[in-house]
Design a protein around this ligand. Structure first.
Ligand SMILES: [Zn+2]
Length: 238
């Protein structure tokens, strides 16, 4: 039989503990809350890169943050304030928000087979940065890229032929002793994937006056990266 005063004490402890757990839960939610205009404004290009690095670090160590996506849907219903824009391949193995451990409203993502840029994607990136405030553009290729392999083999199929032609400059630019120069040579394929990221970054600078001026003024940063489909790790080119 527990005396009444002890019962009261236990009840008080239980209430206090519940309150503590509830506040911890609120804190965890706050840590993964959607970005606001104020939060976005406080993020520098260097900080944006650091956020991507830390997010991928959490992903590869199996420690993605717990996020309330439905709450983030509500938080972002009236506006979005993403901190970065990513140009990525179509490949299904690279869900961007997951591999960078980010939530709803955090990243702009432009995806096309072979992660190149054309005027439509550059216009989208101008929107993402100049108008919507993203601080970093990441051009990210990946290992074992089917589009790059297709370009290496000069594959032909309907409209895909023209899509893959965007990667041809990278195929041509890879010099040195690469035999055979086709998809049966993994080192050649990877060299083309890396060259494609570099040439895409160059095309972005050459073709978009808006983006080039923002980069040169330090308002945004342009970074290349490579995603490893066997480990989930992103290597940043700096
Ligand atoms: Zn790909």
């Amino acid at each position: 039989m527990i005396p009444n005063n002890t019962k009261s004490l236990l009840l008080a402890l239980a209430i206090a503990l519940t309150g503590f757990l509830a506040s911890a839960a609120v804190h965890a939610d706050t840590a993964s809350a959607a970005l606001t205009r104020k939060a976005q404004a406080a993020i520098t290009p260097a900080k944006a890169l650091e956020m991507l690095k830390q997010g991928n670090g959490r992903f590869v160590s199996g420690k993605n943050m717990a996020r309330d996506f439905l709450a983030q849907v509500k938080q972002t219903a009236n506006g979005q304030f993403p901190f970065a824009a990513v140009v990525s391949c179509l490949d299904s193995r690279i869900p961007l928000a997951i591999v960078f451990d980010r939530g709803i409203g955090d990243l702009f993502v432009a995806r096309v087979a072979g992660n190149f840029v054309n005027d439509d994607i550059l216009g989208s990136l101008e929107f993402a940065t100049k108008l919507a405030g993203a601080k970093l553009i990441l051009v990210m290729g990946h290992t074992e890229c089917g589009a790059v392999k297709g370009a290496c083999d000069a594959a032909q199929l309907g409209l895909l032929t023209a899509t893959l032609a965007n990667i041809n400059p990278a195929v041509r630019a890879v010099q040195g002793d690469h035999t055979p120069r086709n998809s049966r040579n993994p080192k050649f394929v990877q060299a083309v994937a890396e060259m494609n990221v570099k040439l895409t970054m160059q095309t972005l600078r050459d073709r978009s006056v808006v983006l080039r001026e923002m980069i040169d003024k330090g308002q945004i940063d342009l970074i290349g990266a490579m995603y490893d489909v066997s480990s989930g790790k992103v290597s940043f080119y700096e």
